[in-house]
Design a protein around this ligand. Structure first.
Ligand code: SF4
Ligand code: SF4
Length: 314
C-alpha cells in the first residue's frame, strides 16, 4: 500500500542522548502553537518552510539576485539584501546558492519515506536501547502524519517518544499516547498570566491534558524549562510544585535555560527576546533543586536520565 500522508520536517538529528532512553534519532516537525520567548528552535515555529540566511558563508556570487523571480534580492554593500515584502518563498535562491548561505528550513516527506530513512538507524537503536523521538515545533501540530509514522515504527518494533508542549486536543494526545512508548511532556509555564505573556497561549488546556494523561497511567515524563527571572523565584517554584502535586506528579526533570539557539534568530530575521540572559551555574541550579525538593518535588538530574520509566507520576 502506498502511504500518502505527508508532513513537513526541518531536521533529523542522529545520536541524540537527551530525548529518551539510549541513543536516539530525533525528528523535528514544523509548526508550533506556542511562541516561547526562549525558543531554541525558532525556525520550527511556522508550519511552512522558511529561508535561513548565514551572511558569513556568502561568497558574493549574486546567483540569488539573478535567480529571484520576484526581484526581491538586490546587491547590497556587503552582500545580498532581501526585501521580505517581495519574497514569495519559492526557495529558488537556496537551490542556486553555491555556498549554503541561503537554506530552506522545512521539507515535505511522506510517512513511509521518513520511516525508511529512520530504519537505517535500527542497529544503533537495538544496541543502545534507543529509538526515535519526535520533537519540533510541536509534533502534534501534524497529527495525521505523526500517528502514521508512529504506527509504522511500532509495527517495526522501534521504541518511540514524543516531545509535546501539551497544547493540542485531547483526541490527538490520547491517540498518540496509544502508539508511542514515552511522552516527554514539556510543561512550560503553569501560571496562567505568565504562560500567556511568555508563550503566547493559556496554560489551561496544557494542564488539563496533563492531568488526564496522569490518570491514564501512560509512560509519562514531565520536564520543566527553567528561565532566569521568569519562573525560578521561590514563589513561582512553590506554586509550580503545589500544582504538580495536585496532579499527582512527584518527579520532574528541569531544563535549565541556555542560549544555544540565539544565533538562529538572526538567520531567520527575528529579534531574540532574551538577549544577554546568562546560563545557569551549578550553584543556581542547586538552589532551585533545593526549593523544589523542600516543596515535595523530586528532580531528575540533567544527564542522569536513562530511567524513563514512569518518572512523571508515581
Ligand atoms: S547565491 Fe549565496 S553565495 Fe551567492 S550572493 Fe547569494 S547568498 Fe551569497
Ligand atoms: S525565496 Fe524566492 S522570492 Fe524569496 S528571495 Fe529567494 S528566490 Fe526570491
Amino acid at each position: 500500500m502506498v502511504i500518502k500522508i505527508e508532513g513537513t520536517i526541518f531536521n533529523i538529528q542522529r545520536f541524540s542522548l537527551h530525548d529518551g532512553p539510549g541513543i536516539r534519532t530525533t525528528v523535528f516537525l514544523k509548526g508550533c502553537p506556542l511562541n516561547c520567548i526562549w525558543c531554541q528552535n525558532p525556525e520550527g515555529i511556522s508550519p511552512e518552510p522558511l529561508l535561513i540566511r548565514q551572511q558569513q558563508k556568502c561568497i558574493g556570487c549574486y546567483s540569488c539576485v539573478k535567480q529571484c523571480p520576484q526581484g526581491a534580492v538586490k546587491k547590497g554593500p556587503s552582500g545580498p539584501l532581501v526585501n521580505q515584502e517581495l519574497c514569495g518563498n519559492c526557495f529558488l535562491c537556496s537551490e542556486f546558492c553555491p555556498a549554503g548561505a541561503v537554506e530552506k528550513a522545512g521539507q515535505t516527506k511522506n510517512a513511509l519515506e521518513l520511516v525508511t530513512e529512520l530504519l537505517k538507524d535500527r542497529l544503533v537503536f537495538e544496541e543502545s536501547g534507543g529509538g526515535v523521538t519526535f520533537s519540533g515545533g510541536e509534533p502534534l501540530m501534524q497529527p495525521e502524519f505523526l500517528l502514521e509514522v508512529l504506527k509504522l515504527l511500532k509495527q517495526e518494533g522501534v521504541h518511540t517518544a514524543i516531545e509535546t508542549c501539551g497544547y493540542t486536543s485531547w483526541h490527538n494526545l490520547v491517540n498518540a499516547a496509544a502508539l508511542t512508548d514515552l511522552i516527554l511532556y514539556d510543561l512550560k509555564l503553569i501560571d496562567e498570566d505568565q504562560s500567556k505573556k511568555y508563550t503566547g497561549v493559556s496554560s489551561k488546556l496544557i494542564l488539563s491534558n496533563l492531568k488526564k494523561l496522569v490518570s491514564l497511567n501512560v509512560n509519562l515524563h514531565v520536564r520543566m524549562p527553567l528561565i532566569k527571572g521568569i519562573n525560578d523565584d521561590i514563589n513561582s517554584l512553590e506554586k509550580a510544585a503545589a500544582s504538580l502535586q495536585e496532579m499527582g506528579i512527584e518527579k520532574i526533570e528541569l531544563i535549565p535555560y541556555h542560549n544555544f539557539g540565539e544565533a538562529k534568530y538572526e538567520k531567520i530575521g527575528r529579534d531574540y527576546g532574551l538577549k544577554g540572559l546568562s546560563r545557569y551555574s551549578d550553584a543556581d541550579l542547586q538552589k532551585v533543586r533545593i526549593i523544589l525538593s523542600k516543596a515535595g518535588i523530586m528532580i531528575n538530574r540533567e544527564g542522569e536520565l536513562n530511567d524513563y520509566s514512569r518518572t512523571g507520576s508515581h
